[in-house]
Design a protein around this ligand. Structure first.
Ligand SMILES: C[S@@+](CC[C@H](N)C(=O)[O-])C[C@H]1O[C@@H](n2cnc3c(N)ncnc32)[C@H](O)[C@@H]1O
Length: 238
């Protein structure tokens, strides 16, 4: 078995991290990785094991644009949420929710409603099983739902406020997703956030022109681009 930290060989990662963040931050990052590896042991879940894209089972032809399955790291996610202080009366949607790690963490944060969209039935079943186990130990008031669907086929209900992506797919899918969010914002203007973890197709979001604010948050070595727009800034077309 090969060990990786943030997808890199540990020695390369360590050298680069000390150069970029310094010793103290690097040791904190290592601690966050240790906490992460104990997540499944702590909650009895199955989230950590990665799945290469060739092994993701789905009937969607958009698998050609999909990235591999991997779970969001718990400590960076929790710390980011504590920094952002997003309103908890909103609806959090994880676009490509896999085994449900980000869904669980968003429920723990306390959003009124948390939705995970995932096109692999097998991953949805694992996520549901994980959620049952997680929520027994971390009960929440949140309404939590996993929906088996390709994200491009999901009709937004116009109550969603926070969109989360952890490097789920390439530009063609993200373009369609952005179009759907834009149309939803026009139908019902509201405060919106989009959190893009490990962003690789940022230009698609920027080209959509929807968001008025963007900021890169580097939290315990993990990168999150956070985009937002306030209700009175949403373009009105009708
Ligand atoms: C990197 S994983 C992220 C898992 C989860 N969001 C988290 O943070 O723990 C990306 C997930 O996106 C899913 N995915 C990719 N393309 C998709 C699409 N078009 N519709 C729905 N899910 C998709 C993959 O099956 C995979 O489970």
């Amino acid at each position: 078995m090969r060990t990786h930290i943030f997808g890199k060989n540990p020695v390369t990662w360590f050298r680069e991290s000390v150069q970029r963040f310094g010793w103290t931050q690097t040791l904190t990052i290592i601690w966050s990785v240790v906490v992460d590896t104990s997540f499944d042991r702590r909650f009895g879940t199955d989230t950590t094991r990665r799945i290469p894209v060739e092994k993701i089972k789905t009937t969607s032809s958009n698998i050609v644009h999909s990235m591999k399955y991997g779970a969001s790291k718990a400590m960076p996610f929790r710390k980011l949420m504590a920094e952002l202080k997003l309103p908890t009366d909103g609806v959090f949607v994880d676009l490509g929710s896999g085994k449900g790690r980000a869904v669980m963490l968003a429920a723990e944060y306390g959003f009124r409603k948390v939705i995970g969209l995932e096109f692999s039935g097998e991953l949805c079943r694992t996520a549901e099983d994980n959620l049952r186990k997680f929520l027994r130990k971390r009960p929440t008031e949140s309404h939590v739902e996993i929906i088996e669907t390709d994200v491009t086929q999901y009709r937004l209900s116009d109550e969603e406020t926070v969109f989360f992506l952890f490097d789920p797919f390439h530009a063609p899918i993200l373009k369609q997703v952005m179009q759907n969010i834009l149309e939803s914002a026009e139908r019902r203007p509201r405060d919106l956030w989009l959190i893009y973890h490990a962003p690789r197709e940022q230009q698609v979001i920027e080209e959509s022109g929807l968001f008025t604010d963007s900021k890169l948050h580097v939290v315990l070595g993990a990168e999150f681009m956070v985009y937002s727009i306030k209700v009175d800034e949403v373009p009105q077309t009708k």
